[in-house]
Write a protein that binds this ligand. Structure first.
Ligand code: SF4
Length: 290
Protein backbone atom coordinates (compact mmCIF):
# COMPACT_ATOMS: atom_id res chain seq x y z
CA UNK A 1 0.00 0.00 0.00
CA UNK A 2 1.30 3.45 -0.98
CA UNK A 3 0.03 6.56 0.84
CA UNK A 4 -0.32 9.79 -1.20
CA UNK A 5 -1.75 13.26 -0.63
CA UNK A 6 -4.28 14.44 -3.17
CA UNK A 7 -5.52 17.88 -4.24
CA UNK A 8 -9.12 16.80 -4.98
CA UNK A 9 -11.29 13.78 -4.28
CA UNK A 10 -14.45 14.23 -6.37
CA UNK A 11 -14.42 14.50 -10.15
CA UNK A 12 -17.46 15.80 -12.02
CA UNK A 13 -19.10 13.48 -14.52
CA UNK A 14 -20.57 15.47 -17.43
CA UNK A 15 -22.96 12.66 -18.39
CA UNK A 16 -24.47 11.25 -15.17
CA UNK A 17 -27.09 9.27 -17.07
CA UNK A 18 -24.30 7.12 -18.55
CA UNK A 19 -23.55 5.52 -15.16
CA UNK A 20 -26.31 5.18 -12.53
CA UNK A 21 -26.87 8.94 -12.37
CA UNK A 22 -23.42 9.46 -10.82
CA UNK A 23 -22.54 13.16 -10.98
CA UNK A 24 -19.56 13.13 -8.60
CA UNK A 25 -17.07 10.27 -8.89
CA UNK A 26 -15.20 9.39 -5.72
CA UNK A 27 -11.64 8.04 -6.06
CA UNK A 28 -10.41 6.80 -2.68
CA UNK A 29 -8.04 4.10 -3.94
CA UNK A 30 -6.02 3.59 -7.11
CA UNK A 31 -5.10 0.01 -8.01
CA UNK A 32 -7.02 -3.04 -6.86
CA UNK A 33 -6.22 -6.25 -5.01
CA UNK A 34 -9.13 -8.22 -6.48
CA UNK A 35 -6.97 -8.68 -9.59
CA UNK A 36 -9.54 -9.56 -12.25
CA UNK A 37 -7.54 -10.74 -15.24
CA UNK A 38 -9.51 -8.55 -17.67
CA UNK A 39 -9.43 -5.28 -15.69
CA UNK A 40 -9.40 -2.26 -17.99
CA UNK A 41 -7.87 -0.05 -15.28
CA UNK A 42 -4.49 -1.65 -16.08
CA UNK A 43 -4.46 0.22 -19.40
CA UNK A 44 -2.11 3.17 -19.86
CA UNK A 45 -4.84 5.82 -19.87
CA UNK A 46 -5.25 5.41 -16.08
CA UNK A 47 -1.52 5.77 -15.40
CA UNK A 48 -1.43 3.14 -12.62
CA UNK A 49 1.92 1.41 -13.01
CA UNK A 50 1.82 -1.07 -10.18
CA UNK A 51 -1.85 -2.06 -10.35
CA UNK A 52 -1.94 -4.68 -7.56
CA UNK A 53 -0.23 -2.30 -5.11
CA UNK A 54 -3.01 -0.01 -3.90
CA UNK A 55 -2.45 3.73 -3.53
CA UNK A 56 -4.43 5.35 -0.71
CA UNK A 57 -5.32 9.04 -0.61
CA UNK A 58 -4.50 9.84 3.00
CA UNK A 59 -6.29 13.21 3.04
CA UNK A 60 -9.39 11.80 1.27
CA UNK A 61 -11.85 12.36 4.11
CA UNK A 62 -10.88 15.98 4.81
CA UNK A 63 -11.15 16.72 1.07
CA UNK A 64 -14.49 14.94 0.77
CA UNK A 65 -15.98 16.83 3.71
CA UNK A 66 -14.84 20.16 2.24
CA UNK A 67 -15.91 19.38 -1.33
CA UNK A 68 -19.37 18.10 -0.35
CA UNK A 69 -19.96 21.16 1.84
CA UNK A 70 -19.12 23.38 -1.15
CA UNK A 71 -21.55 21.69 -3.60
CA UNK A 72 -24.64 23.75 -4.32
CA UNK A 73 -26.55 20.91 -5.92
CA UNK A 74 -27.15 17.56 -4.19
CA UNK A 75 -26.44 14.93 -6.82
CA UNK A 76 -25.33 11.31 -6.71
CA UNK A 77 -21.83 10.52 -5.44
CA UNK A 78 -20.53 7.27 -6.91
CA UNK A 79 -17.48 5.09 -6.55
CA UNK A 80 -15.08 5.38 -9.47
CA UNK A 81 -13.48 2.73 -11.64
CA UNK A 82 -9.78 2.77 -10.71
CA UNK A 83 -10.31 0.33 -7.85
CA UNK A 84 -13.03 -1.63 -6.11
CA UNK A 85 -14.17 0.47 -3.10
CA UNK A 86 -14.00 -2.77 -1.09
CA UNK A 87 -10.51 -3.81 -2.19
CA UNK A 88 -8.75 -5.82 0.55
CA UNK A 89 -7.01 -2.76 2.01
CA UNK A 90 -10.46 -1.44 2.95
CA UNK A 91 -10.73 -4.21 5.58
CA UNK A 92 -8.03 -2.44 7.58
CA UNK A 93 -8.51 1.20 6.67
CA UNK A 94 -12.31 1.61 6.64
CA UNK A 95 -11.81 4.51 4.22
CA UNK A 96 -14.86 3.68 2.09
CA UNK A 97 -16.93 3.28 5.22
CA UNK A 98 -15.80 6.64 6.60
CA UNK A 99 -16.50 8.29 3.23
CA UNK A 100 -20.02 6.82 3.21
CA UNK A 101 -20.58 8.16 6.72
CA UNK A 102 -19.59 11.62 5.52
CA UNK A 103 -21.86 11.37 2.47
CA UNK A 104 -24.73 10.37 4.77
CA UNK A 105 -24.00 13.35 7.02
CA UNK A 106 -24.11 15.69 4.01
CA UNK A 107 -27.30 13.93 2.79
CA UNK A 108 -26.16 13.16 -0.75
CA UNK A 109 -27.50 10.21 -2.75
CA UNK A 110 -24.93 7.48 -3.37
CA UNK A 111 -24.17 4.69 -5.83
CA UNK A 112 -21.57 1.95 -5.22
CA UNK A 113 -20.30 -0.60 -7.74
CA UNK A 114 -18.38 -3.51 -6.22
CA UNK A 115 -17.58 -7.21 -6.41
CA UNK A 116 -17.12 -7.64 -2.67
CA UNK A 117 -19.52 -8.76 0.02
CA UNK A 118 -17.36 -6.79 2.46
CA UNK A 119 -19.97 -4.11 1.74
CA UNK A 120 -22.26 -5.96 4.19
CA UNK A 121 -20.02 -4.71 7.00
CA UNK A 122 -21.41 -1.23 6.20
CA UNK A 123 -25.10 -2.09 6.05
CA UNK A 124 -25.86 0.29 8.93
CA UNK A 125 -24.39 3.24 6.98
CA UNK A 126 -26.16 2.16 3.78
CA UNK A 127 -29.48 2.15 5.60
CA UNK A 128 -28.77 5.68 6.83
CA UNK A 129 -27.82 6.73 3.27
CA UNK A 130 -30.99 5.14 1.94
CA UNK A 131 -33.05 7.74 3.79
CA UNK A 132 -31.97 9.86 0.81
CA UNK A 133 -30.95 7.19 -1.74
CA UNK A 134 -28.52 4.25 -1.75
CA UNK A 135 -27.87 2.11 -4.79
CA UNK A 136 -25.50 -0.87 -5.00
CA UNK A 137 -24.48 -2.69 -8.18
CA UNK A 138 -22.54 -5.94 -8.02
CA UNK A 139 -20.52 -6.89 -11.07
CA UNK A 140 -21.20 -10.52 -11.97
CA UNK A 141 -19.83 -11.87 -15.23
CA UNK A 142 -20.40 -15.58 -14.65
CA UNK A 143 -22.67 -17.65 -12.42
CA UNK A 144 -19.95 -20.33 -12.24
CA UNK A 145 -17.87 -20.02 -9.03
CA UNK A 146 -15.02 -22.13 -10.42
CA UNK A 147 -14.63 -20.05 -13.55
CA UNK A 148 -14.87 -16.84 -11.48
CA UNK A 149 -12.07 -18.09 -9.20
CA UNK A 150 -9.80 -18.14 -12.25
CA UNK A 151 -10.77 -14.86 -13.89
CA UNK A 152 -11.49 -12.82 -10.71
CA UNK A 153 -9.02 -14.60 -8.41
CA UNK A 154 -9.22 -12.45 -5.26
CA UNK A 155 -12.87 -11.39 -5.46
CA UNK A 156 -15.62 -13.10 -3.45
CA UNK A 157 -17.43 -15.83 -5.39
CA UNK A 158 -20.53 -15.04 -7.47
CA UNK A 159 -22.51 -17.09 -4.93
CA UNK A 160 -21.41 -14.74 -2.15
CA UNK A 161 -22.16 -11.70 -4.34
CA UNK A 162 -25.70 -12.95 -5.01
CA UNK A 163 -26.22 -13.54 -1.28
CA UNK A 164 -25.05 -10.00 -0.51
CA UNK A 165 -27.46 -8.66 -3.12
CA UNK A 166 -30.23 -10.59 -1.37
CA UNK A 167 -29.42 -8.94 1.98
CA UNK A 168 -29.30 -5.44 0.47
CA UNK A 169 -32.48 -5.94 -1.61
CA UNK A 170 -34.36 -7.10 1.50
CA UNK A 171 -33.34 -3.83 3.22
CA UNK A 172 -34.93 -1.78 0.42
CA UNK A 173 -31.62 -0.62 -1.05
CA UNK A 174 -31.72 -0.23 -4.84
CA UNK A 175 -29.77 -3.22 -6.17
CA UNK A 176 -28.45 -3.98 -9.65
CA UNK A 177 -26.08 -6.24 -11.48
CA UNK A 178 -23.55 -4.98 -13.99
CA UNK A 179 -23.11 -8.02 -16.23
CA UNK A 180 -19.91 -6.84 -17.87
CA UNK A 181 -17.57 -7.72 -19.37
CA UNK A 182 -18.78 -10.99 -20.87
CA UNK A 183 -15.52 -12.53 -22.01
CA UNK A 184 -15.42 -13.97 -25.54
CA UNK A 185 -14.79 -17.75 -25.63
CA UNK A 186 -15.09 -18.03 -21.82
CA UNK A 187 -18.43 -16.57 -20.73
CA UNK A 188 -20.38 -15.90 -23.92
CA UNK A 189 -22.89 -18.69 -23.56
CA UNK A 190 -26.65 -17.90 -23.40
CA UNK A 191 -26.90 -20.42 -20.53
CA UNK A 192 -24.51 -18.27 -18.47
CA UNK A 193 -26.55 -15.13 -19.17
CA UNK A 194 -29.81 -16.90 -18.22
CA UNK A 195 -28.24 -18.30 -15.04
CA UNK A 196 -27.16 -14.83 -13.88
CA UNK A 197 -30.61 -13.34 -14.55
CA UNK A 198 -32.42 -16.25 -12.86
CA UNK A 199 -30.25 -15.96 -9.74
CA UNK A 200 -30.60 -12.19 -9.71
CA UNK A 201 -34.38 -12.58 -9.66
CA UNK A 202 -34.16 -15.13 -6.82
CA UNK A 203 -32.17 -12.60 -4.75
CA UNK A 204 -34.55 -9.68 -5.33
CA UNK A 205 -32.48 -7.71 -7.86
CA UNK A 206 -34.66 -5.40 -9.98
CA UNK A 207 -32.12 -4.02 -12.52
CA UNK A 208 -29.42 -5.61 -14.70
CA UNK A 209 -27.28 -3.84 -17.27
CA UNK A 210 -25.23 -5.96 -19.65
CA UNK A 211 -22.42 -5.57 -22.18
CA UNK A 212 -21.53 -8.62 -24.24
CA UNK A 213 -17.82 -8.41 -24.93
CA UNK A 214 -14.79 -6.61 -23.52
CA UNK A 215 -12.18 -3.97 -24.27
CA UNK A 216 -8.58 -4.81 -25.08
CA UNK A 217 -5.93 -2.15 -25.02
CA UNK A 218 -2.17 -1.86 -24.42
CA UNK A 219 -1.18 -3.05 -20.91
CA UNK A 220 -4.62 -4.49 -20.19
CA UNK A 221 -4.38 -6.68 -23.31
CA UNK A 222 -0.80 -7.78 -22.50
CA UNK A 223 -1.75 -8.83 -18.98
CA UNK A 224 -4.96 -10.56 -20.11
CA UNK A 225 -3.18 -12.52 -22.84
CA UNK A 226 -0.49 -13.65 -20.40
CA UNK A 227 -3.21 -14.90 -18.06
CA UNK A 228 -5.06 -16.65 -20.91
CA UNK A 229 -1.85 -18.55 -21.76
CA UNK A 230 -1.46 -19.56 -18.12
CA UNK A 231 -5.09 -20.42 -17.33
CA UNK A 232 -6.81 -21.25 -20.64
CA UNK A 233 -4.18 -22.59 -23.07
CA UNK A 234 -5.11 -22.01 -26.72
CA UNK A 235 -7.60 -19.19 -26.01
CA UNK A 236 -5.23 -16.29 -26.73
CA UNK A 237 -4.76 -17.60 -30.26
CA UNK A 238 -8.55 -17.52 -30.76
CA UNK A 239 -8.61 -13.87 -29.67
CA UNK A 240 -5.78 -12.98 -32.04
CA UNK A 241 -7.47 -14.69 -34.97
CA UNK A 242 -10.87 -13.13 -34.31
CA UNK A 243 -10.02 -9.63 -33.05
CA UNK A 244 -6.52 -8.83 -34.32
CA UNK A 245 -5.54 -5.47 -32.78
CA UNK A 246 -9.15 -4.29 -32.28
CA UNK A 247 -10.01 -2.37 -29.12
CA UNK A 248 -13.53 -3.80 -28.86
CA UNK A 249 -13.78 -7.59 -28.60
CA UNK A 250 -17.42 -8.46 -29.14
CA UNK A 251 -18.80 -11.66 -27.62
CA UNK A 252 -19.56 -14.61 -29.90
CA UNK A 253 -23.27 -15.28 -30.51
CA UNK A 254 -23.99 -11.62 -29.71
CA UNK A 255 -27.60 -11.69 -30.95
CA UNK A 256 -28.34 -14.94 -29.08
CA UNK A 257 -26.89 -13.53 -25.86
CA UNK A 258 -28.95 -10.34 -26.18
CA UNK A 259 -32.11 -12.34 -26.91
CA UNK A 260 -31.52 -14.67 -23.94
CA UNK A 261 -30.84 -11.67 -21.69
CA UNK A 262 -33.94 -9.71 -22.66
CA UNK A 263 -36.19 -12.77 -22.58
CA UNK A 264 -34.99 -13.75 -19.08
CA UNK A 265 -35.31 -10.17 -17.76
CA UNK A 266 -38.83 -9.89 -19.20
CA UNK A 267 -39.80 -13.21 -17.66
CA UNK A 268 -38.70 -12.00 -14.21
CA UNK A 269 -39.89 -8.39 -14.59
CA UNK A 270 -36.30 -7.11 -14.26
CA UNK A 271 -35.47 -3.70 -15.75
CA UNK A 272 -32.53 -3.49 -18.18
CA UNK A 273 -32.14 0.25 -17.53
CA UNK A 274 -29.75 1.72 -14.98
CA UNK A 275 -31.60 3.03 -11.93
CA UNK A 276 -30.73 6.48 -10.61
CA UNK A 277 -31.76 8.73 -7.75
CA UNK A 278 -33.87 10.73 -10.19
CA UNK A 279 -35.59 7.74 -11.84
CA UNK A 280 -36.32 5.95 -8.56
CA UNK A 281 -37.70 9.16 -7.03
CA UNK A 282 -39.87 9.82 -10.10
CA UNK A 283 -41.30 6.28 -9.85
CA UNK A 284 -42.09 6.80 -6.14
CA UNK A 285 -43.84 10.12 -6.91
CA UNK A 286 -45.91 8.45 -9.63
CA UNK A 287 -47.02 5.72 -7.23
CA UNK A 288 -47.98 8.34 -4.62
CA UNK A 289 -50.23 10.20 -7.09
CA UNK A 290 -51.65 7.04 -8.65
S1 SF4 B 1 -12.68 -5.41 -9.01
FE1 SF4 B 1 -12.84 -3.91 -10.67
S2 SF4 B 1 -11.10 -2.51 -10.34
FE2 SF4 B 1 -10.69 -4.38 -9.16
S3 SF4 B 1 -9.45 -5.65 -10.49
FE3 SF4 B 1 -11.61 -6.28 -10.75
S4 SF4 B 1 -12.34 -5.07 -12.52
FE4 SF4 B 1 -10.43 -4.09 -11.77
Amino acid sequence: MKPVESKTILSVNKHPSSWFGVKYSLNLYRGCELQCIYCDSRSERYGIDDFHNVTVKTNALQLLDKELAAKRKRATVGTASMSDPYTHTERKLHLTRSALELIARHRFPVHITTKSNLILRDVDVLEELNRVYASVAFTITTADDELAARIEPYAPSPTDRFKALGVLSALGITTSITMMPILPFLEDDPANVRAIVDKAAAYGVRHIVAAFGMTLRDRQRDYYFRKLDELFPGTREKYERRFGEAYQARANQYAKLAAAFHEACRRHGISTAMPSYESVNAAVQLRLFD
